[in-house]
Design a protein around this ligand. Structure first.
Ligand code: NAP
Length: 506
């Protein structure tokens, strides 16, 4: 498979903090290997792993070779290329929390680059978030923030508004905003970016993309897995912080934003922030009526959340959340956005469904339950990436029976053009110095500012409702009821998705 639009290669040395961890082996190394295999990396690049685990360069190369064999798709594995790739890897065993260890890193980088003040550095923070505020300060002490170094920070960027602001202050004291890349891998997905192309490269949608024609919008990002073995991490976080504050709200922004004056990092990110700033502030009424949080409970032999490893038996952490939110601006006033995310649901799917208004009256004869639906546009982010438009068509034959049919595009129809991995795309952007798909400091804060009152409400009202839902169901029934006042319903894809056009009733 080939990806298109190769860019000029840029020299770089990437330092991965957390190199012995899960993210590095599952996502970062496979993505870097993909770029290498696709001849998209400068020949002199180096990758330096950092962690407390002891490895020599050779042992680290051997370890990463094993991981690549596991996490790179079989058809993409090429033994010779893998060997060449891992020859670019180095390792420094150090404690990233300890300032005294940083001269070790400096020395290693001087040795690798042959420069007294190493340049073209990219730091990737894939450590526990507790280190996100420390590493930049320690880098500064040994001047590794100089010479145009860039820093990529994994989510979560902050735990709430205050901690995000504190982190932003720390980063601003060490780096310029142009050096900071807050990564949200949802934005690296081709289908997420395609929302922009779909909206702004086609004239036909713009006139109807507003409150006059759109009735409501759903944004869904759910998965069938529970929290697996990640209870220790997840229980202090929950669905709102893990998915909504970053990924879901990004998808809302892509759907709702105005076209940027120019499509560059500033132009795009200015419009994202404007959407966040236009979100209608949440009130007590919203907390009580327009937010449903849930937690999965045992179904048959599938354990409930409170039975998972490292989860307290009294935990009130939400594994599901559905919310109705509004955007107060000229385009969207009065159009509800229903957003939801959850674990242990019937399937894994991320999609946006735009519901258009019904025709002013029903001209054609139809029986109750068999009448044509209002038009729907379904943008599937994953899996079976694609777009489906539902519209009414006359059934062949006598009379005028009208039924809903689909017109669809799926990415697999592009043949041998790979849609590429989100991390590979984002890492390449960072190497190129393109910040468009990375979150700017003001966007992080604006998003947290919107959700902060809800987090405060839950903190102050410990007995605020938390509904149980059996593993494998579409969340609490209250999430259906939440939409009744708008005569709306969730679009629930079938259990085992095999085709973009498969939708089923609950
Ligand atoms: N895993 C994912 O799919 C994923 C997805 C999105 C975001 N993230 C974020 O990415 C970050 C890393 O996640 P992960 O799943 O890879 O975690 P992980 O498997 O626990 O790995 C953490 C890494 O940090 C290193 N580390 C911890 N304390 C250190 C210290 N004091 N000094 C040096 N290294 C230290 C560990 O290495 P040593 O023990 O050798 O020191 C390990 O390599 C997290 O913030 C997570 O929220 C992860």
């Amino acid at each position: 498979m080939v990806r298109q639009d190769k860019k000029n290669k840029q020299p770089f040395t990437m330092i991965i903090f957390g190199a012995s961890g899960d993210l590095t082996k599952r996502k970062l190394m496979p993505a870097l290997y993909e770029l290498f295999k696709d001849d998209r990396l400068d020949s002199g690049f180096s990758i330096v792993g950092v962690g407390r685990s002891e490895y020599s360069d050779e042992a680290f190369q051997a370890y990463q070779t094993e991981q690549l064999k596991e996490f790179v798709a079989d058809e993409e594995q090429d033994k010779t290329l893998m060997n060449e790739f891992v020859n670019h890897l180095h390792y420094v065993a150090m404690d990233s929390a300890n300032a005294d260890d940083y001269p070790l890193l400096l020395e290693k980088l001087q040795e690798i680059t042959g420069e007294k003040q190493p340049s073209h550095l990219l730091f990737y923070l894939a450590t526990p978030p507790s280190l996100y505020g420390k590493i930049p300060l320690h880098l500064k002490e040994v001047n590794l923030n100089q010479s145009g170094a860039r820093i990529i920070v994994e989510k979560p960027f902050g735990y709430d508004l205050q901690s995000a602001q504190e982190l932003n202050e720390i980063y601003a004291s060490v780096f310029e905003e142009e050096q900071i890349y807050r990564i949200d891998h949802f934005l690296g997905k081709e289908t997420a970016q395609n929302i922009l192309a779909f909206r702004f490269a086609n004239c036909i949608f713009e006139p109807i993309w507003n409150r006059n024609y759109i009735d409501y919008v759903e944004v869904t990002a759910v998965e069938s897995l529970g929290i697996e073995k990640r209870g220790g991490f997840y229980d202090g976080v929950g669905a709102l912080r893990d998915m909504v504050q970053n990924h879901l709200i990004q998808l809302v922004a892509l759907t709702a934003m105005e076209p940027p004056v120019r499509f560059n990092a500033d132009g795009f990110r200015n419009e994202v922030v404007k959407v966040y700033d236009s979100l209608r502030p949440l009130t007590d009424e919203d907390f009580e009526e327009h937010v449903v949080r849930g937690q999965y409970i045992r179904e048959g032999n599938k354990p409930g959340y409170r039975e998972e490893e490292n989860v307290p038996s009294t935990s009130r952490t939400e594994t599901y959340i559905a919310m109705k939110i509004g955007i107060e601006n000229w385009r969207w006033s009065g159009v509800p956005f229903y957003i939801r995310t959850g674990k242990a649901l019937p399937t894994k799917v991320t999609e946006i469904v735009v519901h258009f208004k019904k025709t002013p009256y029903q001209m054609f004869q139809c029986n109750e339950g068999d009448c044509p639906d209002a038009n729907k546009l379904i943008i599937r982010i994953q899996p079976n990436e694609g777009i489906v438009l539902r519209f009414g068509m006359k059934k062949p034959g006598t009379g005028f029976d009208v039924k809903s049919v689909s017109m669809d595009f799926t990415y697999d129809k592009l043949g041998d053009v790979s849609i590429g991995d989100a991390y590979a795309r984002l890492l390449e952007d960072c190497i190129q110095g393109d910040q468009t798909l990375f979150t700017r400091s003001d966007a992080v804060e604006s998003s947290w500012r919107f959700f902060a009152p809800l987090l405060d409400y839950w903190k102050e009202n410990e007995d605020a409702p938390l509904y149980g839902y059996p593993v494998g169901t579409w969340g609490p029934l209250e999430s259906e009821a939440m939409m009744n006042d708008h005569d709306a319903t969730w679009t629930n894809p079938c259990k085992n998705l095999t085709n973009t056009d498969q939708y089923c009733e609950l």
